[in-house]
Write a protein that binds this ligand. Structure first.
Ligand SMILES: Cc1cc2nc3c(=O)[nH]c(=O)nc-3n(C[C@H](O)[C@H](O)[C@H](O)COP(=O)(O)OP(=O)(O)OC[C@H]3O[C@@H](n4cnc5c(N)ncnc54)[C@H](O)[C@@H]3O)c2cc1C
Length: 411
């Protein structure tokens, strides 16, 4: 493929998800010549993780964006209550945290990404190229010197001093760079669907666990967002039992969905999301850095993936924006991002694995045995002051980042 055109930039960010759009915003704000490539024409894709946690809200506050952001339609969650084998449990209570934004904002991810894109338009040095898919890397000696991309108008070479891959868990850049992924694994997959919600339908439960079954529901205003958790590899068996068997199960676990479940008309309305937990051993090559899901895919447990991706972007800008003013940071300077972020990633993944192995796996294998509420959940429910600990981990994560990269004088 011969490129029909080429451009040269200081930094090329591949992928316009939470990591890429936040990083593009921060580097544009710092006056760095940066281009973000997004392969889709828009951000409108369902089930991408719509939970904006207090750590991200704090970042938006530090950027002076919070007022506009919270004007966008969203729902707020403060308490995480559930039914475990019929027993009421409380998993976390964000009201116990002494922080500025003690709630999780549920907002469609496309609204979040569009907002960052619109706000970023004021930075002359930031360009977002939609419909542009990175398909390969090109090298100068051992150094990654940029990406080759396809656009509706043909191929384009983007020569960059630094390429930062934010292209998600199926990263093309990672594959082209030959970086090794360490798989940690997950025992479950998730079926996502929407059920209509009437104005008078309210329920404060978000998790329901029964022998062999688990379900999460979020009130999203005019619909319920539902996640039905299945054991890994069970998707075909669920389909073989038929749609009605699945919907009957769903309504039995969550009677509030009785009327809205009619929105699920076929298995086309039920999306399978394959859960993975993995991480890279090495996040860099000369001229290349990977962050977000491209460096570490997160389980949906805790709904933290979007927020970790944003934290990675903040840390990257903090550590590299100044250096990028002068040229490409050395590989050791790029590796400072891994050194900063690997600990929070490992700790978060470890907690996700503990929840998966001790709560989710046990529940999914439950069969006919009565379910016992795990000791840790019983303790958290019984001792309200303990509810602040999971709340803090979910809300702020491990070692939260703050915006330290400077805004360019003109921005
Ligand atoms: C079942 C499930 C549920 C989840 N629920 C939640 C949740 O509720 N809350 C939460 O915080 N997290 C959740 N997550 C995790 C979350 O979705 C991710 O951790 C997060 O989106 C990672 O952000 P990212 O920017 O690194 O990557 P992504 O969000 O994957 O973004 C990557 C972007 O790069 C683009 N792209 C890919 N390849 C190319 C290419 N070659 N060229 C150009 N562009 C490209 C993609 O189109 C995409 O826009 C969930 C994950 C799963 C599997």
């Amino acid at each position: 493929m011969n490129p029909s055109s080429s451009v040269k930039v200081r930094c090329c960010v591949v992928g316009g998800g939470p990591a890429g759009m936040m990083l593009g915003y921060l580097l544009g704000r710092a006056g760095i010549d940066v281009v973000v490539l997004e392969k889709h024409a828009d951000f409108f894709r369902d089930f991408r993780g719509d939970t904006v946690h207090p750590s991200t809200l704090q970042v938006m506050d530090e950027l002076g964006l919070i007022d506009g952001f919270l004007k966008l339609p969203h729902q707020r969650l403060q308490k995480m209550d559930g039914l475990f084998g019929g027993t009421p449990v409380r998993i976390a209570d964000l009201r116990r945290l002494h922080i500025k934004y003690p709630f999780i904002a549920f907002m469609p991810q496309w609204d979040f990404l569009n907002f960052l894109r619109e706000e970023g338009r004021r930075f002359a040095s930031l360009k977002v190229m939609m419909n542009t898919e990175a398909v390969d890397l090109f090298r100068r000696g051992d150094t990654i010197a940029g990406v080759r991309a396809t656009t509706p108008d043909g191929a384009i070479d983007i020569e960059a001093d630094l390429t930062i891959a934010c292209d998600g868990r199926h990263s093309t850049v990672r594959e082209r760079a030959g970086l090794e992924v360490e798989e940690i694994g997950a025992p479950m997959d998730v079926l996502w669907f929407r059920a209509g919600r009437k104005a008078d339908e309210t329920e404060n439960l978000f998790a329901r666990v029964e022998p062999g079954k688990m379900m999460i529901t979020f009130d999203r205003g005019d619909y319920w967002q539902c996640a039905y958790v299945i054991a890994k590899g069970e998707h075909d068996a669920v389909k073989a039992r038929g749609l009605q068997a699945l919907l009957d199960d769903v309504v039995r676990m969550a009677p509030v969905l009785r009327s809205g479940i009619a929105d699920v008309k076929s298995f086309d309305d039920v999306k399978l999301l394959t859960v993975a937990i993995n991480r890279l051993k090495r996040w860099t090559r000369p001229g290349l850095l990977l962050i977000g899901d491209a460096a570490h895919a997160m389980s949906p447990v805790g709904g933290v993936g979007v927020n970790l991706a944003v934290q990675d972007a903040v840390a990257t800008a903090n550590l590299l924006a100044d250096k990028l003013q002068r040229g490409c940071p050395t590989e050791d300077e790029l590796d400072a991002v891994r050194r900063r972020r690997e600990f929070p990633v490992r700790m978060t993944q470890r907690m996700q694995v503990v929840v998966q192995n001790n709560i989710i796996s046990g529940a999914l294998q439950g069969g006919a045995r009565p379910l016992r509420v795990p000791l840790i959940v019983r303790l958290i429910t019984a001792l309200p002051w303990l509810q602040g600990i999971p709340a803090r981990l979910i809300a702020l994560g491990v070692r939260p980042e703050h915006v330290r990269s400077k805004a360019a004088p003109t921005s």
